[in-house]
Design a protein around this ligand. Structure first.
Ligand SMILES: [Mn+2]
Length: 384
């Protein structure tokens, strides 16, 4: 059984004010070519298909085009689960009809959730799709009052999905979760406000392969067969040194897996440049593209007139400029440094303290976290 694992496409993503749909189409073209070349038996997409619950129409068209070509031109079945950025109901539209064509869309969690079975010459493989679901929803839908946190909710989901699988049968799980031990990037939205929301890596050990989504850096967690495929593109400057890829998994009749990562090459790279103004203005070195998306950190201390305008004459896609060494006469810096590095809870508490002069109490912090989580839940489930 040959499995192609990818995740976190985030179609419709806006990066520093720029729609990335064109860049995403470029990389998905490579993905389709990879499907044509490697002829997998199944494709697994482990959540965050879209960047938000109501994606722009260009993103919907891109997903439609990509999935249609894979299914119609190459007839490779696809199993796709919702991530924390997706609207489960919108993603799940027409799911039963499309399953008949080989497109298994698992958006909303229901008690009818069951493995998708795909055969190879050695017999069946059970693919267990665990869509992203908050603990309250897992408690309600699977009738498990113990599922009070992400850890317990994932355990309940795994038990539910594993129940119908015969002992000894080969099994693969798709899950969108923060597995403890995994390394975060700046472009993931935390699953809980102010907490980690992690689940144990040991839950995934009994599976022959775990196709994970949520963390944007391709990585294994603990074992070789428990893996994040990583995002389609670099979605923050903190990922400048990542090599984005998809994972090709070869599974034998005994369930042993061999894993290979296949690099994706973006049309424009995301890079960070650090140095003095005149050196950076000298332009790209051999092999570097001036069209890449660039963040510049200037080490100069004095003011520079229209620094970003001049940099853009050399690098047209400079999206962010930092001046950490600026001493006098420059822009004012906010109290918390770069606000883009702060999460919502940190932003709110710094705002509150600035306005009232007193820090947030533990209780107020908790109230803010609960309100924000409720907001995210509504955003995923209700028209926004
Ligand atoms: Mn994601």
């Amino acid at each position: 059984m040959r499995i192609l694992h990818t995740s976190d496409w985030h179609l419709g993503r806006i990066f520093h004010g720029i729609y990335l749909t064109g860049e995403q189409a470029h990389v998905l073209q490579q993905f389709i070519q990879l499907v044509a070349d490697s002829r997998p038996d199944v494709i697994l997409i482990a959540g965050d298909i879209y960047d938000r619950s109501v994606p722009p129409t260009e993103a919907i068209k891109l997903l439609d085009e990509t999935l249609s070509r894979i299914l119609m031109d190459y007839r490779v079945p696809i199993i796709l689960i919702a991530g924390n950025h997706d609207s489960p109901d919108r993603l799940g539209f027409g799911a039963r009809l499309m399953a008949m064509q080989g497109l298994h869309l698992i958006g909303q969690l229901t008690d009818r959730l069951e493995p998708v079975v795909i055969h190879d010459p050695y017999g069946p493989v059970y693919f267990c799709p665990a869509p992203y679901a908050e603990p309250p929803l897992v408690r309600e839908r699977l009738l498990v009052p113990d599922a009070v946190n992400h850890e317990q909710a994932m355990l309940s989901l795994i038990q539910h999905l594993s129940a119908p699988i015969p002992a000894g049968a080969r099994r693969v799980i798709l899950a969108h979760a923060f597995v403890a031990g995994g390394e975060e990037s700046e472009s993931e939205r935390p699953l809980t406000v102010g907490g980690s929301g992690t689940v144990s890596a040991s839950f995934f050990e009994p599976f022959n392969y775990a196709a994970l989504g949520h963390l944007h850096q391709p990585q294994k967690v603990g074992s070789e067969h428990v893996r994040y495929a990583g995002s389609l593109l670099k979605y923050s400057f903190s990922e400048a040194l990542h090599q984005k890829s998809v994972t090709l998994v070869e599974m034998g009749g005994a369930g042993k897996t061999a894993v290979e990562t296949i690099s994706l090459t973006p049309r424009r790279d995301v890079r960070r440049l650090e140095g003095h103004f005149t050196d950076i203005l000298a332009g790209p070195k051999n092999g570097e593209s001036r069209d890449d998306y660039i963040m510049v950190t200037l080490l100069d201390t004095g003011p520079i007139m229209d620094a970003i305008g001049k940099l853009r004459q050399v690098y047209p896609n400079v999206l962010h400029l930092e001046r950490p060494c600026l001493t006098a006469g420059g822009e004012l810096r906010g109290p918390g440094g770069d606000h883009r590095r702060l999460n919502e809870a940190e932003l709110f508490s710094s705002f509150y303290e600035q306005v009232t002069g007193t820090p947030l109490s533990g209780e107020q912090n908790k109230a803010f976290a609960e309100t924000l989580e409720k907001f995210y839940r509504q955003e995923r489930e209700v028209q926004s």
